[in-house]
Design a protein around this ligand. Structure first.
Ligand SMILES: Nc1ncc2ncn(CCCCCNC(=O)c3cc(-c4ccc(F)cc4)cc(O)c3O)c2n1
Ligand SMILES: [Mg+2]
Length: 214
């Protein structure tokens, strides 16, 4: 049977990266996507911005919306302090299966809980299912038309506290215009745009970092 791109990405990780070494997993995926097959990971350039935001916050609780193959999951989890928890939601079971293996190869299973399902279904269940009170950091990288409804849902479910940070990928390409309009005009958020490029290309893209004011 034909392999899928995520399977070929996983093969590259298992061939080129060292078990238990997250940096080598990140590098193997970036090399694969730059030189073999493009894939929609946040990538190395935007990944460095993600790293700096994670390091600045030093979060105890992180929610990632849209796991894909686990690239940003590994980037974030490798920087987390002991006992910190990253919950990552993935809708597609095939992507989830690949991501579990990428996360395991990096040796980060202890810090990561991968949940299969849609953000709209799971956000209202976060508190009861995972004992979460609020998230210190949310990384939005899922369906671009779900960024706004899911942000409103997180507000309504009391999952954001004063100082919670939302970091949104792809606000230029593919683009999330309704989310940007809302978050930049809302008095409840302080937003900043980090100009960058679409992963592995010269196309403009960027990350929007927004701090919830409570
Ligand atoms: N609700 C819910 N809950 C949970 C979920 N888990 C997954 N999903 C569905 C997410 C499906 C993938 C989302 N990501 C992207 O579509 C994406 C695309 C590009 C891109 C593509 C082609 C171009 F030509 C240019 C840019 C680049 C990126 O960096 C992207 O992140 C969920 N949905
Ligand atoms: Mg993305």
């Amino acid at each position: 049977t034909q392999s899928t791109r995520p399977q070929r990405l996983l093969n590259a990780v298992q061939k080129k990266a060292t078990r238990g070494d997250p940096r080598s997993v990140v590098k193997a995926i970036d090399d694969f996507c730059r030189h073999k097959e493009w894939a929609m990971n946040v990538g190395d350039e935007k990944g460095c911005i993600l790293d700096s935001v994670v390091s600045e916050i030093n979060p105890a609780t992180v929610l990632e919306l849209g796991t894909y193959c686990g690239y940003s999951t590994v980037r974030i989890a490798r920087l987390l302090p002991p006992h910190a928890k990253l919950i990552t939601l993935e809708f597609n079971p095939d992507f989830a299966a690949i991501a579990r293996q990428v996360i395991a190869w990096a040796g980060l299973e202890e810090k990561v809980q991968l949940v299969e399902g849609a953000s709209g279904d799971w956000i209202p269940k976060m508190k009861e299912q995972f004992g979460i009170t609020t998230f210190d950091l949310v990384f939005l990288d899922h369906w671009k038309d779900r960024y706004l409804p899911d942000t409103k849902l997180m507000e309504e479910c009391g999952l954001l506290r004063k100082g919670s940070v939302l970091l949104a990928d792809n606000v230029i390409c593919p683009g999330t215009p309704d989310y940007l309009e809302y978050i930049r005009s809302s008095p409840r958020y302080e937003s900043r745009y980090f100009k960058s490029h679409l992963e592995y290309t010269k196309v403009e893209d960027g990350l929007e970092k927004s701090v919830f004011k409570g």
